[in-house]
Design a protein around this ligand. Sequence first.
Ligand SMILES: *Cc1c(COP(=O)(O)O)cnc(C)c1O
Length: 363
Amino acid sequence: MNPLGRIHNFGAGPATLPLEVVEECQNSLPNLNASGFGLIEISHRSETFQKIVDSAMERLRRILSIPEDYTVLFLQGGASLQFYMSALNLLKTGEKVDFLVTGTWSQKSMKEAMRIGDASSRWDDSENGFTSIPKNGDYSVRKDAVYLHYTSNNTLYGTQYHHLPESYGKPRVLDASSDIAGVPIDVGAHDLIYAGAQKNLGPSGVTVVILSPWAMGRVNQNIPTMLDYSVHSSKGSLFNTPNTFGIFVLDRVLKWVEDNGGLEGSITRNIAKSNLLYEELDRSDFWKPHAEKDSRSVMNVTWRLPNIKLEEKFLEEAMIAGLGGLKGHRSVGGIRASLYNGCPIESVEALVSFMRNFESCNR
Ligand SMILES: *Cc1c(COP(=O)(O)O)cnc(C)c1O
């Protein structure tokens, strides 16, 4: 625990942010960048705020190497709105769209696409409790599917792709909510990427959407204004009042990423953190990791203990030791440690040392 009484926060989202970013928010609340206006009291039409939007967009483009002809939007409604909005913009009624179903979030996105098109699951691991990721060749894509949708990191289950899934020439649409800017990504190999900010990028209430020229060209004209990508694009994400606070924090987190080695720095740290934890999970059969080894996530690590009583004891004693947010999602149970960009390696070291002690007292 640090002097402010902050715990080591392993929560899945909204998730821990670098302390210096939190302190910048604190300092900007009464007066943002010497404008005289407070951070949550300033017009989204002001020059001060426009600079922040521009800065966040530029930083995101640099960090992710987003091709110049791609569009970047900051929207509201979370990734959950994008499940529907992406399909509404890209599909005409009844058109085919294929899904790789690797968890609850994939299921939910497919359910929303079904409202518009003929959505089909091409691979589904639900019978095995979503412990793995498909390999190329494990599935096929329909010849007349408009695109292939997948979820790069499965936040609840702790599984993650470590390769670009084969799409057989179809455009790829990606929900990258829980690993954007934390793992390598080839943006140009995708036509639409969306991500809620609250895991790797900032607070809840901002959703990053990245669109290729193909995706922008598909946008269906006869849809509600607020759900139309081309409306938000033509207004630079300021069609209506955006989440000004969220965009400020997003910009500060992206600055922090750039100051700390950019995407490469994040990738290196995330691998080091997750290796440390997986080494402990593999050391003793007291721990029962959920994900298959080749599908393990570097962002969310999930495991069980020998029984539920011990899991409850683990969570209770962890909290007393200053380690919070470790309860697994109810659909998986057990323990989950989220190791997003904002989580420092010191937190993982503290967790592993707690685990060693817990195991020796309880095995
Ligand atoms: C958290 C999460 C979501 C849901 O995000 P909201 O912003 O709450 O709608 C969707 N997909 C993935 C992969 C997530 O991790």
